[in-house]
Design a protein around this ligand. Structure first.
Ligand code: NAD
Length: 406
């Protein structure tokens, strides 16, 4: 029996196992490794950080979708992969030998070396980190009752990419509840997004990007653009404006909640394993394997995959992770069962939709531009599709978003 190890039970890893275990029964044994015993929908972390949803609503037990006749689950942290000896090293278990490895270890928050970012701001790249943000927010709002410090009511989000914008929208929805904790009016809570770019939402055309920015402003979310963050101090963000002279002192803005969403990199295990990487990502071959190693698949956020125009790799999303997983399951099944391997991996995005709270969204899907309620509907359908594809009907019914009519 061939040995397949799948590292990571996020969108890419868990989908690979779910798709593969039906195809390789009797010819291969799968071992899945993850540091948690649950899978979570990373696209919903902002809902947990804002306290709009409990973590249990965006996660489910990994074992619930495994076929124990084919797949063994090990809960542990992967520390290194050695492609030369085909071995995976784990923090608390004996090393695992493999014939084929699928590395799908996901992303971590990237601080780009900005001084004080790690120490003085809150990342949002895991369920634990999202929970920590929510606990911090509640404690800070509670503190306001005693302190009457206006900074307790201020929230700064560093980085206005999709993650920052979706978090800002979710925090807007949470304002009423947080205001209740602080004993103030919802409008007393201030949410600010800071970003280095002049134009937010670069993936959208002007009309849609302007719609998104206007929507945030309508919700009284402040936006500071052209602002490159240089340093984070306790309760303070220091930044340089694009047009500032060389000797202009840094601008400062205060808040007792500072959240870091300036981007992500692939798992540090990629670098630890000596693979050729940039920000934790490996430029994949046409078959989603590491260069010069046809038995090591790299998928999800640890992979960079070039579209046919060859300009910039596809953005990392849940959607592309699921698509890569389906491809790898087909490719591996063909190799193990002696069938024809699929051709070069190709990806067609179904669309990109950003939510701004529970009932508002905007984006591009199925060739059209959408905003407002229709976009929010599409966004929830996209999330439900991902739940169904990996978790099955059981998890869709338990965790799906069916509040489609408002
Ligand atoms: P991102 O890289 O897309 O955005 C980070 C933002 O931070 C950028 O706008 C950048 O200008 C800003 N930034 C970086 N360093 C800065 C600094 N020092 N000072 C000021 N601003 C700074 O990262 P993300 O939002 O975490 O998204 C990561 C990936 O996940 C992207 O590919 C994104 O498209 C995807 N994503 C998709 C969805 C969705 O489909 N709904 C949701 C979330 C994330």
């Amino acid at each position: 029996m061939k040995k397949i190890v799948v590292l990571g039970a996020g969108y890419a890893g868990l989908k690979t196992v779910v798709a593969l275990q039906k195809k390789v029964k009797g010819v291969a044994q799968i071992t899945l490794v993850d540091q948690n015993d649950y899978h979570y929908e990373a696209t919903d972390l902002h809902e947990v950080a804002s306290g709009n949803l409990p973590a249990s609503k965006i996660s489910y037990p990994i074992k619930g979708v495994l076929d124990s006749a084919v797949t063994t689950f090990i809960q542990d942290r992967v520390t290194k992969v050695d492609p030369a000896t085909k071995t995976v090293e784990l923090a608390h278990h004996e090393p695992l030998k493999y014939d084929y490895c699928v590395m799908a270890l996901g992303f971590v928050s990237e601080n780009f070396g900005i001084k004080g970012a790690t120490e003085n701001s809150l990342p949002m790249a895991s369920v634990d980190e999202a929970n920590a943000i929510h606990e911090h927010l509640v404690a800070t709002m509670k503190n306001y009752r005693e302190s009457h410090d206006a900074n307790d009511l201020k929230i700064i989000i560093c980085g206005a990419g999709f993650t920052g914008i979706e978090l800002a929208g979710a925090l807007h929805d949470a304002k009423k509840r947080l205001a209740g904790v602080a004993g103030v009016q919802p409008d007393d809570i201030e949410i600010t997004l800071i970003d280095a770019s002049s134009r937010l939402l670069p993936m959208f055309n002007d009309k849609l990007a302007n719609y998104g920015v206007a929507l945030l402003q309508k919700l009284q979310i402040k936006i500071i653009k052209d602002a490159f963050i240089n340093e984070i101090q306790p309760g303070k963000v220091l930044y340089k404006k694009k047009d500032d002279a060389e000797d202009t002192p840094l601008h400062e803005i205060d808040a007792n909640t500072i959240i870091w969403t300036t981007g992500v990199s692939g798992s540090p295990v990629v670098g630890e394993s000596g693979l050729p990487e940039r920000r934790g990502r490996v430029m994949d071959t046409d078959h989603l394997t590491a260069p010069d190693d046809d038995d090591l698949y790299m998928i999800g956020d640890v992979a960079a995959v070039m579209p046919p125009d060859g300009k910039r790799p596809y953005p990392t999303t849940a959607q592309i992770s699921l698509s890569m997983a389906n491809y790898v399951a087909k490719d591996l099944a063909a190799r193990l069962n002696g069938g024809n391997r699929p051709g070069t991996y190709t990806y067609k995005s179904l669309g990109t939709v950003a939510s701004v709270g529970n009932t508002r969204a905007f984006g591009v899907a199925m060739g059209g531009h959408y905003h407002g309620y229709p976009a929010s509907f599409i966004k929830k359908m996209i999330m439900n599709k991902s739940l169904l594809e990996t978790g099955g009907v059981k998890e869709l019914m338990a965790k799906g978003r069916f509040d489609l009519y408002h």
